[in-house]
Design a protein around this ligand. Structure first.
Ligand code: GFB
Length: 315
């Protein structure tokens, strides 16, 4: 695959979604580069409004864009707010990608999610598994929006020659996660629950589903590093998986979190809540072949995530 090094030094870079977990990690990572960082808060710029996005890009003239803005949530939020997950994500990505084309942005990186792959895709999931079977029901709305984003990048490359690329991260966790027990993803929810159970001296904490689904977890600062690596080194049309290869059952994850937090009680299973997809392990061999691997263990990443929770969210 032909690639040209894209140097970030001296560039004006817009991190769309800089207050989200991924966007904030990107801001931390990009501070190490000699570049100018642009960002806009939700009050200044509603990314769902085409006129606002076109006006903002025209005025601020970014050289390149990390499209990390998205409406995200865990299994419950995805399943409960299908319209918002579909509409908000479609609008944000369509507006930013189209405005980037009109304003001749040099390079754009779009962020997807491992839920774009079919529910029963062969494991580990290769990039080619996209659109080869039915999606997982609990998050098909979000997945469809993310698939549209990948396809927009490919379409704008083909028709207009735009250097727009896409990365698909696996399940993420780290500083800045959403610790809402209902709306968040499993790692943040379980940190919050384990902390509360420990504080109150509860004999047990609750896990949704059966505890048997397998998930791969990637520390968000590792993802930010991978995204900068791709922006600098990758120019291809196919989207690229970014995983850690670290796969655990939800029960194994819960035990590791309990150890990090210091909760010594039992786990109860609420099987009225969905398990979602049974397994979601990425094949990250393309990333590995380019020379990038995730350096952080689950245990080390969890220590940072728990400390961030204690500093910002714990009561
Ligand atoms: O992280 P999570 O919400 O999302 O849930 P998905 C992962 C697994 O953890 C599911 C179980 O099997 C949940 O049932 N789980 C156990 C819990 N206890 C809890 C809990 O207290 N909170 C949560 N949230 N889960 C999301 C998608 O799927 O993954 C998104 O809905 C996105 O679209 C994201 O792709 C990365 O891994 O199932």
């Amino acid at each position: 695959m032909e690639t040209t090094k894209y140097a970030l030094s001296g560039k004006k870079i817009w991190v769309a979604g800089h207050r989200g977990m991924v966007g904030a990690a990107l801001m931390r990572r990009l501070e190490k580069e000699n570049c100018t960082l642009l960002c806009a808060t939700q009050d200044e710029l509603d990314l769902r409004r085409q006129d606002q996005v076109e006006g903002w890009i025209k005025k601020n003239k970014p050289d390149c864009i990390f499209l990390a803005a998205a409406k995200v949530g865990g299994i419950w939020a995805n399943n409960t707010y299908p319209a918002a997950f579909l509409y908000d994500n479609l609008m944000m990505e369509a507006n930013i990608i189209h405005a980037a084309y009109i304003n001749k942005v040099e390079k754009l990186l779009f962020l997807g999610s491992s839920c774009i792959y079919p529910r029963m895709a062969a494991q580990p999931m290769k990039e080619e598994a996209l659109l080869s079977g039915p999606l997982e029901q609990t998050n098909e709305w979000y997945a469809l929006a993310k698939i549209a984003g990948i396809k927009m990048c490919q379409a704008y490359r083909r028709q207009y020659g735009c250097n727009f690329i896409a990365a698909m991260p696996t399940n993420l966790f780290g500083a800045g996660d959403n610790y809402d027990p209902e709306g968040g993803h499993v790692v943040a929810s379980l940190i919050q629950k384990a902390h509360k159970a420990k504080q109150s001296g509860a004999p047990s904490m609750e896990l949704w589903g059966t505890g048997s689904p397998l998930r791969e977890f990637l520390y968000v600062d590792d993802l930010a590093d991978a995204l900068v690596f791709l922006m600098e080194n990758y120019d291809g049309e196919p989207h690229i998986n970014v995983g850690s290869g670290l796969e655990y059952t939800i029960l194994q994850l819960a035990k590791t979190i309990a150890k990090t937090v210091g909760f010594e009680g039992d786990f109860l299973f609420d099987d009225s809540k969905p398990d979602g997809t049974p397994r979601k392990l990425m094949d990250s061999s393309r990333m590995h072949a380019m020379g990038w691997r995730a350096p952080t263990s689950l245990e080390d990443g969890l220590k940072v995530a728990y400390q961030w929770f204690l500093d910002h969210k714990a009561s």
